[in-house]
Design a protein around this ligand. Structure first.
Ligand code: UDP
Length: 314
């Protein structure tokens, strides 16, 4: 099993889960947004191999490959906005290399696409048959359109060459191993709440997101990998929160004395987002089970521990 982006937030959890299920895992990552420390505990485990490299340059994995899970891509808005060309490159060339690897081995290929393909959606909740509402020349297009191209490319390989392609559309996900400087809403709010800084709510905070705990998401990814479904299939937790309410919940659950500060809303920030997960239920028997309070508690514990270990090193 090959996991591109395997040292990233979601990728590292997927590697761990696959090893647990007795799969041999080759984790490929260029460590731009992924981190060595996310997989350090897996190094030396039987069946785990780490390859340092950029999948946009090529993907050469010796030995048998029965599946390729293609996760490599910056996923946080500040990260893809600061690497616009690399983001488009990994969605296009990186995806082509990952497809070619899978195809050459007759392997299953799984593309982790994104809810961003729906853009600022005019349909709510979002079903897979909705084509989306994306600004093709906006700042976020490098990610949104990059992933839309990756979907088109994967489907073309499936139709033209018979590659065993599956596509999942990942909605907002949170959990341990998010970088403290990731920039996404849950990591920002938790890091701010735990250090007593004001929580930065962009705009008036009335925009909504639906948040899935990483273990639930990885369970859906594994089910899709183990199937032959083409998708696309939405994977996310349909519990929807206004960003301002999320800030209040984080303050409450961490017992923080932080306040809320409003900042300008980023360009093309989607106003609402919630997955319709009927299809994932029907095809994969998948449903997320971790309540937000429990997921926040585990993620807060992770940030507490990792800031403690960073201080120990200082
Ligand atoms: N957001 C916020 N404060 C932050 C980070 C994000 O209010 O410190 C908002 C952001 O504007 C968006 C939502 O939270 O409406 C989710 O942002 P995130 O970057 O996590 O993911 P997105 O769904 O936008 O890719």
């Amino acid at each position: 099993m090959v996991v591109t982006g395997g040292a990233g937030f979601i990728g590292s959890h997927l590697c761990e889960r696959l090893l647990h299920g007795d799969d041999a895992v080759v984790c490929v990552d260029d460590l731009t947004t992924g981190r060595h420390e996310n997989v350090a505990h897996l190094l030396g485990r039987p069946g785990f191999e780490f390859l340092h490299g950029d999948v946009s340059d090529g993907l050469d994995v010796p030995g048998p490959v029965h599946a390729v899970a293609h996760l490599a891509c910056p996923a946080s808005p500040p990260h893809y906005l600061s690497r616009p060309l690399e983001t488009l490159q990994v969605c296009s060339e990186g995806t082509r290399h990952a497809l070619a690897l899978a195809h050459g081995h007759g392997a299953r290929f799984l593309l982790t696409s994104t809810s961003e393909v729906y853009g600022d959606p005019e349909e709510h909740p979002q079903q897979e048959r909705y084509w989306g509402h994306v600004n093709p020349v906006g700042l976020r297009a490098v990610y949104d359109e990059g992933k839309r191209y990756a979907e088109a490319l994967a489907m073309a390989w499936r139709r033209a060459k018979g590659t065993r392609v599956g596509i999942v559309r990942v909605f907002n996900t949170y959990g341990p191993r998010l970088r403290p400087d990731d920039g996404r809403v849950v990591s920002n709010f938790l890091v701010q709440a735990l250090s007593g800084q004001p929580l930065t709510v962009y705009g008036d905070g009335s925009q909504t997101r639906s948040l899935c705990y990483v273990d639930d998401l990885v369970d859906g990814i594994v089910r899709m990998l183990d199937s032959e479904h083409g998708g696309p299939v939405n994977l996310g937790n349909p519990d929807e929160y206004r960003v301002l309410d999320l800030a209040r919940l984080v303050i409450e659950h961490t017992g923080s004395s932080s306040t809320v500060e409003h900042r300008p809303l980023p360009e093309d920030d989607p106003t609402r987002r919630r997955p319709d997960i009927t299809l994932a239920g029907q095809l994969l028997g998948w449903v997320p089970t971790t309540p937000l309070a429990e997921g926040l508690r585990r993620t807060a514990d992770y940030f507490r521990q990792s800031s403690g270990s960073r201080e120990d090193q200082d």
